[in-house]
Design a protein around this ligand. Structure first.
Ligand code: ATP
Length: 274
């Protein structure tokens, strides 16, 4: 797994203000920041704080970004692991990695564990490929270990587990029981207003000509169905296009070219999947 210290290394300083839109989701994850910052307050009131939350939604909409922002805002380390890494593991290694991950987290508490692509490890035990299915296969052992670790965690330990998935429907129901991932936070495709905010955010990274009035709103209108990652990609493609033509500044027409290009890429992806 990767350790990203909120104060150093990759992911450094992702703050709530870097996550555009997602107002509701931010309010919900803010609570976790508070649990990590003031555990005694909750304890003194006799409250059991949630141990984990599932971030649900399509790819590229800011799940990882938001989880990193929670770590930075609470000023705690961020331990991340991708669920699909467990699939390749054999001989009980998956379960061992889960054990190590939680052990490391406890030693660094307060801290955040982030499991990306949770569906890869958390698939219902009666479905999926053979080694992942019933009968104590590798996947089942890994999932069981995850459940054991979640149950063994005391809420006062100061470890919060955030996990993301875009396939909540395939998750094993045991993961969703109270005391495990009982909080669900929806991170959906951005609305028109949110797309405008995401453009504002990413356009700050590039050297732009003075855009016509309301131009960023126009960009939002031109990009229905785009995720935050698609928008970040548009801004970068526009800068690459400008550089290719030896411009010293990125122009509106570069952005429009980039939208066309990203739309093309998205269409190709969906054809390939269907
Ligand atoms: P996946 O399910 O594929 O892991 P994700 O939901 O975790 O996707 P992120 O990795 O958080 O998506 O987002 C990818 C990139 O897209 C971010 O690094 C950022 O540049 C951009 N992005 C996505 N959503 C937002 C947002 N709400 N505000 C600003 N940038 C965003």
């Amino acid at each position: 797994f990767t350790l990203v210290d909120s104060m150093s290394g990759q992911g450094k300083g992702v703050r709530f203000e870097d996550v555009a839109g997602l107002r509701e989701a931010k309010i919900e994850v803010m609570e976790f920041v508070d649990y990590l910052k003031r555990p005694d307050h909750y304890k003194s009131l006799g409250a059991k704080v949630p141990k984990g939350a599932l971030l649900l939604g399509p790819p590229g909409c800011g799940k990882t970004l938001l989880a990193k922002a929670v770590a930075t805002e609470a000023n705690v380390p961020f331990l991340s692991m991708n669920g699909s890494e467990f699939i390749e593991m054999i001989g009980g290694l998956g379960a061992a990695r889960v054990r190590d991950l939680f052990k490391e987290a406890k030693s660094r508490a307060p801290c955040i564990i982030y499991i990306d692509e949770m569906d890869a490890v958390g698939r219902a035990r009666s479905s999926g490929p053979t080694s992942w299915g019933p009968g104590g296969g590798e996947g089942e052992q890994t999932l069981n270990q995850l459940l054991v670790e979640m149950d063994g965690m005391k809420s006062r330990e100061g470890v919060v587990v955030l996990a993301s998935t875009n396939r909540a429907d395939v998750l094993d129901k045991a993961l969703l029981r109270p005391g495990r991932f009982d909080r669900h936070i929806l991170i959906d495709l951005p609305t028109l207003q949110e797309r405008e905010e995401i453009f504002q955010r990413h356009l700050k990274n590039i050297v732009l000509e003075d855009l016509p009035p309301h131009y960023v709103k126009r960009l939002a209108y031109l990009t229905p169905g785009f995720s935050g990652a698609d928008i970040a990609n548009v801004c970068n493609e526009a800068a690459l296009h400008a550089a290719r033509y030896k411009q010293t500044i990125v122009r509106a027409r570069d952005l429009e070219y980039a939208i066309e290009r990203v739309v093309g890429g998205t269409e190709k992806r969906s054809h390939a999947m269907s």
